[in-house]
Design a protein around this ligand. Structure first.
Ligand SMILES: [Zn+2]
Length: 363
């Protein structure tokens, strides 16, 4: 797949397949493709259904397809942000939204993707690490823009020049401290080359928002901060950012396994509730959070979960009730996840409720 930045807010993606296919089938990402994609190849069209966007040529086999894409500012909860805008005019593009399945007649196969990237003249292009767990599988964010990656220890960082000092400090310091803790507690080293991107988006909107996205098994964390209060160094915002970083780094450690971890059917609450519990433990043990702050956060999430009746089928439930589920197991989060990592590596099976039950029963 060739991904080219062709003009401000305009991208061109060329799919070139090793074998002829009859359709490109991509999981729907809200209104993204319907709104912003235009198929350029003559005779081809994209149809958008409830679950999939499908690019095809009336059933005829093809080996190439070209699309033009405009930068999309929308976002669907539970999905990665498709594009992050940096204040210096840079943009990062989530490659996973360009990837998916192909069809060959009635056969559906997953794409095995190699990428090439080209930016505008003068632009730096910073590619995301490879997908270690699934070669050719989903990739994270590629950055196009004026910024250069800097090295912070063993970690590569692309940081928005508008990121205020308090936020840089928080992201780098909490990242390093929680990494050090996870490494020791879970007794394993990071398997990924790690690339962290920090974008400061719209600072005109009210309040403060911080979205974090860890790319599972592919060594990347992307943060997007928005809102007027980004420039404020307030203890509440520091606390919020600290928790977010500890949570995202927990995801990186959940996937510090040689195989397994991810699968199709396991509940997202295992990854998210697990990251919440791992983060609270790390924050308490490193002293980044006081005991009271940890307690207060737990109480807030317990109340949120109670309102949801304990269910993990909503965005909030995945986090709040996911955390409660881990809290109620009666096994410490560190020995539990250590055992889960060992099991997933030994069997190749994804993290699952059944795996947790088996481990808890044996403790
Ligand atoms: Zn998460």
């Amino acid at each position: 797949m060739d991904v080219r930045h062709v003009a401000k807010d305009l991208w061109r993606v060329d799919y070139r397949f090793a074998q002829a296919v009859t359709a490109v089938k991509l999981h729907s990402i809200g209104a993204f493709r319907k709104q912003e994609w235009k198929v350029l190849t003559p005779g081809m069209a994209m149809t958008s259904g409830a679950d999939f966007d499908v690019i095809a040529s009336k059933g005829k086999p093809f080996k190439a397809a070209s699309v033009q894409i405009r930068t999309f500012d929308g976002w669907s909860p539970k999905e990665y942000v498709s594009f992050n805008r940096f204040s210096d005019g840079g943009t990062s593009v989530y490659l996973g939204h360009l990837q998916g399945d192909v069809e060959q007649g009635d056969k559906t196969l997953s794409m095995h993707t190699d990428f090439t990237f080209a930016g505008l003249a003068q632009e730096n292009v910073i590619a995301p690490p490879a997908n270690r767990l699934k070669p050719g599988g989903q990739r994270g964010y590629v950055y196009f823009g004026p910024a250069q990656a800097i090295l912070a220890g063993a970690v590569k960082v692309v940081i928005d020049p508008k990121a205020p000092q308090w936020l840089r400090e928080t992201i780098l310091d909490v990242g390093a401290k929680t990494s050090g803790y996870y490494e020791k507690a879970y007794q394993r080293q990071l398997k990924d080359e790690l690339l962290i991107m920090v974008a400061i988006g719209n600072v005109e909107s009210p309040g403060f928002s911080m979205k974090g996205g860890a790319i599972m098994g592919a060594g990347q964390v992307s943060y997007l901060m928005e809102g007027k209060q980004v420039q404020l160094d307030h203890p509440k915002l520091r606390e919020y950012a600290t928790k977010t970083v500890a949570h995202e780094m927990a995801h990186i450690w959940q996937m510090a396994v040689a195989r397994g971890g991810l699968g199709d059917d396991q509940g997202p609450w295992i990854h998210e509730g697990g990251a919440e519990a791992m983060a609270l433990d790390a924050l308490a043990q490193t002293g980044l959070f006081s005991e009271e702050a940890v307690k207060a956060y737990r109480a807030k999430q317990a109340a949120a979960c109670e309102k949801l009746g304990g269910a993990v089928d909503t965005f909030d439930g995945i986090y709040a009730c996911g955390l409660m589920r881990f809290d109620k197991l009666g096994v410490g989060i560190v020995p539990l996840w250590r055992a889960m990592m060992e099991t997933t590596e030994a069997t190749g099976a994804a993290y699952s409720q059944q795996m947790i039950d088996t481990i808890v029963a044996a403790k």
